[in-house]
Design a protein around this ligand. Structure first.
Ligand SMILES: [Mg+2]
Length: 218
């Protein structure tokens, strides 16, 4: 995927690339599943049935995330973590605090992403948008702080708008790259930016969505 993304970035005549972070450059599913596994195992030694139920439900939920139906935002995480804590019969806040400790410690970017930044940085300006600022470990991501635009809002369109405004950009000179058709692509279209959908998890359903919404996908 990263190779194809690089080709697409180099081929476009857009001057600025606005990249979503979670699920686009950062493997949020892997990060989440690692933190969840450590938390559940630490909390629930021996209670296999409940543990299996948590992992089964998580697999289903992550299937939705990978296919781009659900977004990987903090609200979804909050809901799922609460549900898992209840299944395990644990305090929701205690469970979430432990999960957060492990989660914040992990930064897993997709393979080849850091090299991509280095290779395209001299040709295009790369900016990054997110609504999940509290989880962001910028140093580990290899991104400059001034290139990140965060908003404390459920709607990412405000983050894209902020990035456009702060850089005084004409939307037609901007390519928005994101992994979620509803969070990234629809707002990008609304703002009249060009857009590209990322399919890091090779989802047939996401390919179908890309066709339906007439958007390029790599
Ligand atoms: Mg995303």
């Amino acid at each position: 995927m990263v190779e194809k993304l690089k080709e697409a970035i180099m081929a476009t005549d857009a001057e600025v690339i606005l990249l979503d972070i979670d699920g686009t450059i950062k493997d949020l599913v892997k990060e989440h599943q690692t933190a969840l596994r450590i938390t559940v195992n630490g909390f629930n030694r021996g209670k296999n049935l409940r543990r299996k139920l948590v992992f089964f439900l998580d697999k289903v939920a992550m299937g939705f995330v990978k296919s781009g139906i659900l977004s990987t935002n903090r609200d979804r995480q909050e809901f799922l973590l609460g549900l898992y804590a209840i299944i395990l019969g644990k305090s929701v806040s205690e469970f979430r605090n432990l999960y957060d400790t492990f989660y914040n410690d992990k930064v897993i970017v997709f393979r080849g992403i850091r090299e991509l930044f280095e290779e395209v940085a001299s040709k295009k300006k790369l900016c990054f948008v997110t609504v999940n600022a509290q989880n962001l470990n910028i140093e580990k991501l290899g991104i400059k702080r001034e290139d990140i635009y965060c908003v404390q809002s459920k709607k990412k369109i405000y983050a894209y708008k902020t990035a456009l405004m702060m850089n005084d950009l004409d939307p037609e000179d901007v390519l928005v790259v994101g992994d979620n058709i509803f969070d990234d692509i629809k707002p990008a279209k609304k703002l009249h930016c060009r857009c590209l959908l990322i399919d890091n998890y090779k989802s047939k359903f996401k390919r179908f969505l890309a066709k339906l919404f007439k958007v390029g996908i790599v």
